[in-house]
Design a protein around this ligand. Structure first.
Ligand SMILES: Cc1cc2nc3c(=O)[nH]c(=O)nc-3n(C[C@H](O)[C@H](O)[C@H](O)COP(=O)(O)O)c2cc1C
Length: 316
């Protein structure tokens, strides 16, 4: 169905990447994504490398399809992370939250395919100069850690894709077939799904978090720490609303009780990272359905546009 530089480099049938997310992007979610023909990713941003090693082992039992690992550099400061990833026999790695000059050469020498996450054109140029194989271009509407000067995917994606000749995976605001087709129209060859994957059946977060995403309007996220770095996009709750315009505190220090938020389901106990696209998610659904529907509806959207605009009935 799909054949482009992303499917070729990643060895997947469907150019969809499941976002790396601390404590969430582990084997139950990532294996479901890989088994659906897309790219499952195991996180390291939790810093729990012993657990991650076991998760990678579990992946080998759960899927024979490709999967990758993310190195979120700000959160994994141990320089042996490169050997750690290479030793696990991983082929695909995404690097984020740090300079692309730090690990790219070492990862490439170890034979890995490296995509770096970028929030600006300048960062994309730096990553291209560092020799990465591709870019994950992340718009500010997405969930998670963000550049304090956010640029929406609609602006950033065509800017980067038209300036730099590297395969691009679009992140931030992508959720279904039409948005995937839009990413392709803007120059991407794949998409990364974050918030949509938090809400999936196989996601390990508490049902309260998933239901809050389902219930959320498009206005129900907050952008925290714009005065500092990193900024964060998270679900609007009483807890996060109180931090929204607080210029004194660093929201990172207020991250709260992760197990209580993620697995206890108390969304007032800390920060639940999510993107604006929560406003477009209206059900908790299995990963295989989400991936299959995205792929099918993306191709249908492209075909419909082609029919409607390349040979419209009134132009014959
Ligand atoms: C709960 C959560 C945790 C995240 N953690 C990470 C991370 O550890 N590393 C990373 O590169 N991106 C992280 N992100 C950002 C995602 O990789 C992704 O790019 C973003 O969610 C895409 O936007 P979307 O939420 O609109 O799909 C996280 C996002 C969420 C929602």
């Amino acid at each position: 169905m799909f054949k482009n530089r992303v499917t070729d480099l990643l060895g997947v049938e469907i150019p969809i990447v499941q976002a790396p997310m601390g404590w969430i992007a582990r084997s139950p979610l990532a294996s479901a994504v890989s088994n659906a023909g897309a790219m499952g990713i195991i996180e390291t941003s939790s810093g729990e490398l012993d657990v991650i090693r076991e998760e990678i082992q579990k992946m080998r039992d759960l899927t024979d399809k490709p999967f990758g690992v993310n190195i979120a550099q700000a959160f994994v400061r141990d320089p042996s992370i490169v050997e750690f990833v290479a030793e696990q026999g991983i082929q695909f790695v995404t690097t984020s939250a740090g300079s692309p000059t730090r690990y790219t050469a070492q990862l490439k020498e170890a034979g890995l395919t490296v995509f770096h996450v970028v929030p600006t054109l300048r960062a994309a140029q730096k990553a291209a100069d560092a020799g990465v194989d591709g870019l994950i271009v992340e718009g500010g509407e997405g969930g998670g850690f963000k550049n304090p000067r956010p640029v929406a995917s609609m602006v950033l994606l065509p800017l980067v894709a038209s300036t730099i000749d590297l395969p691009v995976i679009a992140a931030g605001g992508f959720v279904d077939g039409p948005t995937m087709a839009a990413a392709f129209a803007l120059g991407a060859e794949g998409i990364q799904l974050g918030t949509r994957m938090v809400s999936a059946t196989e996601s390990p977060v508490h049902p309260n978090w998933k239901q809050t995403i389902v219930d959320a309007a498009e206005t129900d996220t907050v952008f925290l720490n714009q005065h500092g770095s990193p900024a964060l996009r998270a679900l609007r709750t009483d807890y996060t609303s109180a931090l929204e315009f607080d210029r004194e505190q660093n929201a990172m220090a207020q991250f709260g009780n992760v197990p209580e938020v993620y697995f206890g389901g108390n969304l007032e106990a800390g920060i639940a990272l999510s993107g604006q696209v929560a406003g477009r998610i209206d059900a908790v659904r299995p990963v295989a359905e989400i991936i299959e529907e995205c792929a099918r509806d993306c191709l249908a959207t492209i075909a419909d546009l082609n029919r409607a605009y390349t040979n419209p009935p009134n132009s014959r």
